[in-house]
Design a protein around this ligand. Structure first.
Ligand code: NAG
Length: 315
């Protein structure tokens, strides 16, 4: 195959070709990941129906404008529904990966990640997708605006007994769930962390550390790759480098959500100072978004137990 895009560190052949033992899980996840790029493209191109909605609201008695706004919003809601459904597929994929990466086949996460490089890479791709998705969503206020207009209009139609065309797309119950999804500042990450928490609670015999250790080990691998000059020179491109940065931040945030005391505590298995240092060593513009993700989308940063050093490093 052609040179892998994210082949830094480890044997890139192994990262793209699952072993026999990995194959079943890998294929399952691959089907989902194949759709991820398309989702990001669609989200990036999402323009929203702001103008149609504004005109409809400003001219409430103009039926034609109401129809126009509705006609503009319905297909957009179809897209938003697709993104939401994708979050559920991604959650299921994550579930399969966690099952494989925490199984008793190998003794510890390091062995898992070494022997299951193709799965580890898929895990990284899921996190990378998640951070990208949430960045795009965060900078696009049209999404929530379109969706709430859709819901308001739908309920007005119901009150007035107007048969709502387009309701088949998204009924009321689903609309509530989708609305909750987009109400979150980082919906994809929320869905992954809920998924991970669910995985932990469904597997009562598996200590929570066995799951969070996979995350902290991945954070460590990324950090070492990013801060070691010899590895750095092996990154095939800037893109690979920023992939690795994003994955590191993604696993940190996920760890912070899932682990009872989080990533910033003294007992955390992630060297937070080291990770933040790696980020701060980059040109400021390139990592501001990732530093903000650590500042504003983590759960435990502002806990008492977080040291002043870490807090001030993130200021
Ligand atoms: C949890 O991890 C420990 C240490 O890595 C391992 O010895 C143990 O077998 C794991 N438990 C399960 C249920 O997989």
């Amino acid at each position: 195959t052609a040179s892998p895009r994210h082949g830094a560190g480890g044997n890139s052949e192994n990262q793209n070709h699952p072993t026999e033992a990995e194959r079943e899980t890998w294929k399952e996840v691959d089907v989902v990941l194949k759709d991820a790029l398309g989702i990001l493209d669609e989200l990036q191109a999402y323009k929203g129906a702001g103008q149609e909605i504004r005109e409809a609201i400003q001219n409430p008695s103009d039926e034609a404008l109401q129809d126009q706004a509705w006609a503009a919003v319905v297909p957009l809601v179809g897209k938003l529904k697709t993104f939401y459904e994708f979050s559920q597929r991604l959650e299921a994929a994550l579930h399969s990966l966690l099952r494989a990466l925490t199984s008793e086949t190998y003794n510890d996460p390091t062995q898992h990640l070494e022997r299951e490089q193709a799965l580890a890479k898929q895990f990284a791709e899921i996190l990378h997708f998640t951070l990208r998705f949430d960045e795009l969503k965060m900078t696009n206020p049209a999404i929530q605006n379109d969706f709430s207009y859709y819901r308001r209009t739908l309920s007005r139609m119901r009150i007035n007994n107007v048969p709502a065309e387009g309701e088949n797309e998204v009924n009321n119950e689903l609309a509530n769930r989708i609305s909750l999804f987009y109400a979150d500042a980082t919906p994809m990450l929320k869905s992954l962390s809920d998924g991970t928490t669910k995985f932990v609670s469904e597997n009562k015999n598996l200590p929570i550390e066995n799951t969070t250790d996979v995350l902290s080990t991945m954070a460590t691998v990324c950090k070492v790759m990013l801060e070691t000059p010899e590895y750095r020179s092996r990154f095939s491109s800037e893109e690979t480098f920023s992939f690795c940065l994003r994955v590191m931040v993604g696993v940190i945030i996920l760890y912070d959500y899932v682990h009872p005391v989080g990533a910033f505590a003294k007992s955390s298995k992630i060297d937070m100072k080291g990770c933040i240092k790696v980020l701060r060593d980059q040109p400021p513009n390139s990592v501001e978004g990732l530093l903000n993700a650590l500042r504003y989308t983590t759960k435990h940063l502002n806990d008492e137990s977080t040291t002043k050093t870490i807090k001030s490093m993130l200021q």
